[in-house]
Structures are given as C-alpha cells and as structure tokens.
Design a protein around this ligand. Structure first.
Ligand code: NDP
Length: 606
C-alpha cells in the first residue's frame, strides 16, 4: 500500500471500536424485533389528517390507473398528460396526494436534499422553494400544485387500497378490485407505492399496555400536541414526553419538541451522524438570475456528482456531494478506475474515518455535558445508517428540560408498562410516547404481495418472482402485460429519489405513448429481454455484503442479517438513464406486442 495512514487516524482502533459497537447491538431476533402497525396496533397507521369519506364503488374503465399518489405517481400522471393521455386515475390509501409528505407532518419535518433539486417540476409549475431545505408542508403543497397543474384531481380514488389486479386477456386490460368495493378496468396500471410507507413499532414487551397517549411520527396527533409542524405544541407544555428513535425523523422532531414539552426524554439506541445542515432562505436575486432549463441542469448535475460521473462544475455543495465516495459502499455508481479495488477500499476507509472523526468532534463542540456528548457519538462507518444533518438537534440536549436516555446496553427499550418506559433497571414515567421508529422497508405493493397480481394465463406475480423479482429495466415483467412499476427494484437509485422517479415516469409514459401510437395490443417484455436484464444486473453487480456485514444493525442491512438493497444496476443512475435513452431511440420491439399470440396461433392453425 503506497499511501500511509495519517497520524490522526488509527484505523486499527477505529475498526475494533466499530466491531465492538456493532456486536453489542446485534439482536438474535434481527428484523423480527419489530411489529407492523396492523391488527391491535392498526391504530398507529390510521390517517389523522383526512376524515373518512363515503363514496360509491366504481365499475367503469380508465386508460391508466396509477397506484400511489406520491411524487412517483404524480410524475407519472404529469408525464402521461404531456404525451396526451386523457384518462388517468390516481389511487392512494391516503386522503390526498403527497405520499411521504402527506403522511409525515411531524414538527420540524423537512427534506434533507436541497429543495431546488428535490421538488420536481418547479419551472413547469412556476414554483420556487422558499428555503434551501424546504419544510414538509411546503413540499406537500407542491405535490398538490403538481396535481392541480396537470389536472390530476379530475379522477382520483383516495382512501382506497387496491386488493387485486387480474389481467383479462380477451379485453387486454386489467380488472382492478379495491377495499372500497370497486371493480373497474384499466388498460394500463402503473404502480408507485413507495419503499418506506408502513409505520413500524419496536416489539417492546408491554408496548400494548401503555395507557398514556401514543402515536407514530408519520401519523402526528396535533389534536393532542396542539401547534403545527413549526412548533408551539401547547398541548405538551405540562407533559413528560418520550421520543423513541433517533433516525432522520427523530433528528428533525426533537428540537421542536424540546421547545414545547415540559420535559423531553429522548430514547436512543444508536446515534445518527449529525452533520452541518446550513439551511437558508432562497436568495431572490439568485432565483431571478436562473435561466430556463436551470432545474433540469441542476438535478442532472447533482445526480452525476453523486453517481461519480465527471462534471465541469459542482452546482450543489452539501453533505451529500461531500461524501460521494462513501455513498458508493451502498448506492451504486461509477468508481475511480485508476485505483485497484484494494486501493479504493483503503482510501475510502481513511476518508470514512476522517468524516466520522469530524462528525464525532462536532458533538463535543456542541453538547455541553460530556457524558451526553459521549453517548451521542456514532461509532460505525458513514453509510451504515442514513446520514443525518441538523444545526438544531445536538443543541437541543443543552436545554435543561431534555434528557438523553441511552438504551444501547439493553439493545433498546427494555419494556413498557401502563405508565412508564423501562430501560435496564430504570423506570421513566411519561405522559406521552412518540414512536420515531421508522418504517417497514420495502413492504408496499406488488413486491411484498400486499397487492396480489394475476397476469396472463392465470400466473401469479409473486410465484413468477419466487426466486426474486424478474423485470426488464425494473419496469415490467414477462407474463404481466401493461403493468409498469416505478421504484427501487432492479433499477439504479440515488439520494435524490424523486429525480429517479421522474426519469422512470418519463420512460413509462414514452413507452405507453409509443404503444398507443403503434396500436400495440400489449406492453410486455419478452422472456429473453427479461433474462438479459437479469444477466446484466448480475454481471455488473457491486457486492456490498462485506461492508453491510460490518455495519451496526439497521434497515439498510436488515438489522445486521443481510443487505437490504437487492439487485440494482451498479454502473449507477446516469449510466442507467443513458441506457434507457438509447433503448427508447430504438423500436421498443422487445416490449410492444402487436397481436395476441393465441389468436395468431389459431389463425395459423386454421
Ligand atoms: P429509522 O428506521 O431510520 O430510525 C428508527 C429509529 O428507531 C432508530 O434510531 C432506531 O434505533 C430506533 N429504534 C428502533 N427500535 C428501537 C428500540 N426497541 N428501542 C430504542 N430505539 C429503537 O426511521 P426514520 O423515520 O428516522 O427514518 C426512516 C427513513 O426515512 C430515513 O432513513 C430516510 O430515508 C427517510 N427520512 C428522510 C427524511 C428527509 O429529510 N429526506 C427525514 C426523515 C426520514 P437503531 O438505529 O438502533 O435501530
């Protein structure tokens, strides 16, 4: 190894400490330690924002049904409108559009990705975020703006869950059934059901016995807390409030809770990294100086930088663009080919250690109490957990009404009683428990089987995918015509996931437009095309399992059991978008089926 280790970094000691911290957190029950918010815990998933509205079941027909009205679904709707599709129906379990931003309205909620690249279609809708990191409510309203701008409210089914999709080969369309008694038809179905949607709770013994007030951050109960996402939670001024969980959500909610709660107890198991946030209002002079096309250019530049592609200029400078090489450990993209794999790994590890040392030093700079500061320091490699950014979170622990309760020795909260939270031998009496404990990863929609799909010849999607998803480019599968998926399966991803969804939405709209233009009977990849894509994914796959295995447990590595990410296109999103663009310039013959094969067989036989 040519490079020598800087004197300030003792990799051996760091490795040893990381392994120790990981080992004491690994639980034998792994991902089984959690409970889904269903059954007796269904209360935690109830929508607190929109009263239930009765409606008559639908039995009609639409051209395109879009399942999921978050940014993915909205971008699909917008892209379809642009290619001239009139009949679009948006369906969502929520009471309105917005997806993540519909559900997550907790105090302090903001996006961690710069809003100028995160909030899509700014120029198209004539919008400009008020801040560099916009508040959740501003982002939610932007989702509404997109729906209005593209006339997507014209046909919506909110508070509705699809319960089955069945392909009708004779009519070449889907029969859609829902939990509201609908049974209607759709020529195309696009699913965009998200990856982190269902709230999850820790399986703490006695969790059901707590008699105080309790809710999950993604279903915030402002009726109880008072106030808004900006604070002034007057209902909490005389309360002892507990927050369980210190992930990206906890980081944002804690400072606002600290301002309002009589007393705030923050139950932490693993500290997050908390790097500089550096939010600021949008500079009107800067906004006025932007030339048409600026947003696309900025988004593409941000994506290229994060994907490790060469760029002439760095348009966004933030915590994400500063840690590109470190993200490569779990997010795919181009790597520095001038180094050997071993050299790269060593350089990354040094870079990682320097970044983490800086983040740990920041805790000491901000947090006054040395014991609290020590407990707030993260001991793992940078991308083991979702990186966090805040200029308020660590500061909150200097307030006299805020206490950090470190639960790492007991691998989390030990138990709950009617009135208290127990950690080890200590009992903490509280009035209210707020679960900032995250979401079941990847359980929504077709992948998990919560939406059963029966395709051509009665074949079940999950049976076809028994050994893992099989798709062409992540969008569609052989045997399941006119069913197109947006999301994170067998595609390339990035931190700016909405940009990824936008590209996917534009792609599927282009495919549908071509199919309609050519009068194709179905959009369905050939078995060969599907097989080829699987081979490409395997051949280019970057194996992150060694990195994941050394990480402290979390949803990224299925609580220390395996890599959650699955197969993705390792050359990264920019290379993927290039590949798609080239593919679209071709004749699309591997997905456009012009006649019914059985009819052709019958015709040939006669
Ligand atoms: P996470 O899954 O990231 O965090 C859950 C937290 O709950 C962790 O701190 C976890 O500790 C803790 N926890 C779980 N079980 C227990 C237990 N038994 N006792 C004590 N603590 C426990 O969920 P979040 O909602 O914070 O974030 C989910 C994802 O949502 C993020 O990773 C990010 O992708 C996204 N997000 C994005 C935001 C943005 O700005 N763009 C903002 C908020 C969320 P441990 O780490 O030890 O498991």
């Amino acid at each position: 190894m040519e490079e020598s280790q800087p004197a300030s970094i003792d990799l051996g000691a760091i490795r040893e400490r990381y392994a120790r911290e990981r080992d004491r957190r690994i639980r034998p029950d792994g991902a089984r330690q959690y409970r889904s918010a269903v059954g007796e815990f269904g209360y935690y998933a109830k929508d607190p924002y929109t009263p239930f509205r009765e409606r008559d079941p639908r039995t009609d027909r639409v051209e395109v049904l879009v399942i999921g009205a978050g940014f993915g679904g909205l971008l699909a709707g917008a892209s379809l409108r642009r290619v001239g599709v009139e009949s679009i129906r948006l369906m969502d379990e929520a009471g309105d559009v917005g997806g993540t931003w519909y559900w997550n309205r907790y105090p302090g909620v903001r996006c961690d990705v710069e809003s100028y690249v995160y909030m899509p279609l700014l120029e198209e809708t004539g919008a400009m975020p008020t801040e560099r990191y916009a508040k959740g409510e501003e982002i939610r309203r932007h989702a509404v703006r997109i729906a209005e701008h593209y006339d997507l409210y014209r046909d919506t089914l909110f508070q509705t869950l699809s319960t089955s999709l069945t392909w009708d080969e004779d009519a070449a369309e889907w029969i859609v059934e829902t939990d509201r008694g609908d049974r209607f038809r759709a020529r195309y179905v696009i699913t965009s059901t998200g990856t982190l949607t269902q709230p999850k709770l820790p399986g703490i013994p006695g969790v059901e016995s707590f008699r105080g007030h309790t809710f999950h951050t993604s279903r915030w109960d402002y009726g109880y807390t008072g106030g808004t996402a900006d604070g002034n939670l007057t209902g909490l001024t005389d309360k002892r409030v507990a927050v369980i969980g210190t992930g990206a959500t906890g980081l944002q909610a804690v400072p606002i809770l600290a301002e309002s709660a009589g007393e705030l107890l923050v139950f932490q198991r693993t500290p997050s990294t908390v790097d500089v946030r550096d939010n600021r209002p949008t500079d009107p002079a800067w906004a006025a100086s932007l030339k048409p096309g600026w947003q696309r250019e900025r988004m593409e530049n941000f994506l290229a930088v994060l994907a490790g592609e060469p760029v002439d200029e760095l348009l966004v400078t933030d915590g994400w663009t500063a840690t590109v090489a470190l993200q490569r450990n779990i997010i795919t993209g181009a790597v520095d080919e001038s180094l050997t794999e071993e050299e790269r790994a060593y350089r990354d590890e040094l870079d990682d250690a320097a970044t983490m040392n800086r983040i740990r030093a920041r805790v000491d700079e901000i947090v006054a109490d040395p014991a609290t500061a020590e407990a707030l320091k993260p001991w793992y490699r940078y991308m083991c957990k979702r990186p966090g950014f805040s200029d308020l979170y660590l500061q909150a622990f200097n307030h006299s009404n805020v206490t950090l309760v470190d639960t790492s020795d007991s691998q989390g909260v030990t138990a709950m009683t009617e009135t208290s939270i127990i950690v080890g031998d200590t009992e903490y009496e509280v009035d209210c428990i707020i679960f900032a404990t995250g979401f079941d990863a990847g359980v929504s929609g077709v992948v998990s089987g919560t939406l059963p799909v029966t395709g051509r010849d009665g074949r079940r999607l999950l049976e076809s995918w028994a050994t893992g998803p099989r798709t062409l480019h992540g969008f569609y599968s052989h045997g399941f015509p006119n069913l197109l998926h947006l999301g994170a399966v067998q595609t390339a991803s990035s931190v700016n996931f909405v940009h990824i969804l936008q590209k996917q939405a534009e792609h599927v709209a282009a495919v549908i437009a071509r199919a309609e233009h050519e009068g194709a009977r179905r959009v369905e990849p050939t078995a060969e095309a599907e097989e080829r894509w699987l081979r490409t994914l395997h051949e280019t796959a970057h194996d992150s399992s060694a990195f994941q295995a050394e990480c402290t447990p979390g949803y990224y590595n299925a609580e220390g059991t395996r890599s959650f990410t699955g197969l993705s296109y390792s050359p990264g999103p920019v290379a993927f978008h290039r590949l798609l663009s080239k593919w679209r310039a071709g004749d699309m013959s591997e997905v456009l089926v012009h006649e019914d094969a059985s009819a052709r067989k019958a015709e040939m036989a006669s």
